[in-house]
Design a protein around this ligand. Structure first.
Ligand SMILES: [Zn+2]
Ligand SMILES: [Zn+2]
Length: 326
């Protein structure tokens, strides 16, 4: 099958062997993949992965093969995925810390991902979607689960909060909070305007920089809640001397339950359409990645089905995302 693969020479379309469907797996024919910051980092080489590695983790597709142990899923079902594969046997997995499983592997980073004709995943990672749901919205399952994780923090709906960040994650987080009754949410673009001092009861950071956390600590009232929602690629510095006197409650959050995220996808009060960017054909992978890199406000997608009928040589012409030194 053809797949978009990070290699030592860059990221390019190439031919890879399709995985076989084990007893606890489903094989999914991929129709649409959303591009996120992680994919851009892998494609450019900023996030190092073992090569070759098939990219992509935010996808929608149809099940074409079902293992003998699979429950509740059938051939033809439309699904999206939880991209974190874990052992489901260790203490953390059997407790409530599955995403901290020592054997956790992320699709498109630690194991092969979804920008391919098909992908094979453990059945528990597949989440069936309603037929009527727009594929572009369905492909937002993982970012919605990531943003909805802020609801784990001790935030009050009558409290004043700020969501800090450049892109669609900040906007999506604010929309999810408003859908849950939070009335006093301000979404702030970095460098837009000063946040003030002691202004907010809680602050949600989606940037993960030294500067963003310093600004948010300043704008929070003493004892306020600082929610860490970003996953910076590299360690960042914190000025603890400035932060300690206000004794903030600091909450790092990872994912909400994916069942909860799926319910949110169907919530008509959330304007998912405002986050949707263009759908690129697979032979436009280079412009798709470039456009996604410079457009943090909208999600860009690559459609897989449009090229599955083309000859392989045509599909693979000139498809290489150059490495970056950043
Ligand atoms: Zn993602
Ligand atoms: Zn585990």
């Amino acid at each position: 099958m053809h797949a978009l693969v990070r290699t030592d020479a860059g990221t390019l379309w190439t031919d890879v062997a399709a995985a076989t469907c084990g007893p606890a797996h489903v094989t999914v024919e991929v129709s649409l993949v959303g591009l996120c910051r992680t994919d851009l980092a892998v494609a450019s080489g900023r996030l190092k992965v073992q090569t070759p590695r098939v990219l992509g983790h935010e996808f929608v597709g149809r099940i074409v093969s079902v293992g003998s142990d699979v429950r509740g899923l059938s051939i033809g079902d439309k699904i999206a995925a939880d991209p974190v594969l874990r052992c489901r046997r260790c203490d953390r997995c059997l407790g409530r810390w599955q995403y901290a499983c020592p054997q956790a592997k992320f699709l498109g980073v630690d194991v092969d991902g979804a920008i391919a004709d098909s992908i094979t995943i453990p059945w528990q990672n597949a989440w069936r979607l309603p037929e009527t749901l727009d594929d572009r919205v369905g492909a937002l399952l993982e970012p919605v689960a990531a943003c909805a994780a802020v609801l784990k923090a001790p935030l009050g709906t009558r409290q004043h909060g700020v969501v800090y960040g450049y892109g669609r994650l900040a906007k999506l987080t604010a929309m999810i909070l408003r859908s849950r009754g939070f009335e006093f949410i301000r979404c702030v673009h970095p460098n837009q305007q000063p946040l003030g001092t002691d202004q907010y009861d809680f602050a949600i950071d989606t940037e993960g920089t030294t500067d963003s956390l310093a600004q948010l600590a300043d704008c929070l009232r003493p004892g306020g809640v600082l929610v860490l929602k970003s996953r910076p690629l590299r360690p960042i510095a914190l000025d603890l001397k400035a932060m300690l006197p206000k004794e903030h409650q600091i909450f790092p959050v990872n994912y909400a339950d994916f069942g909860e995220a799926r319910r949110l996808l169907l919530d008509p009060s959330i304007d998912f359409a405002s986050l949707l960017g263009p759908v690129w054909s697979a032979d436009q992978a280079i412009p798709a990645f470039k456009a996604a890199q410079s457009d943090s406000s909208r999600k860009h997608f690559i459609e897989l089905t449009s090229v599955q009928s083309l000859p392989f040589a045509v599909r693979t012409q000139h498809q290489c995302v150059p490495s970056s030194d950043a």
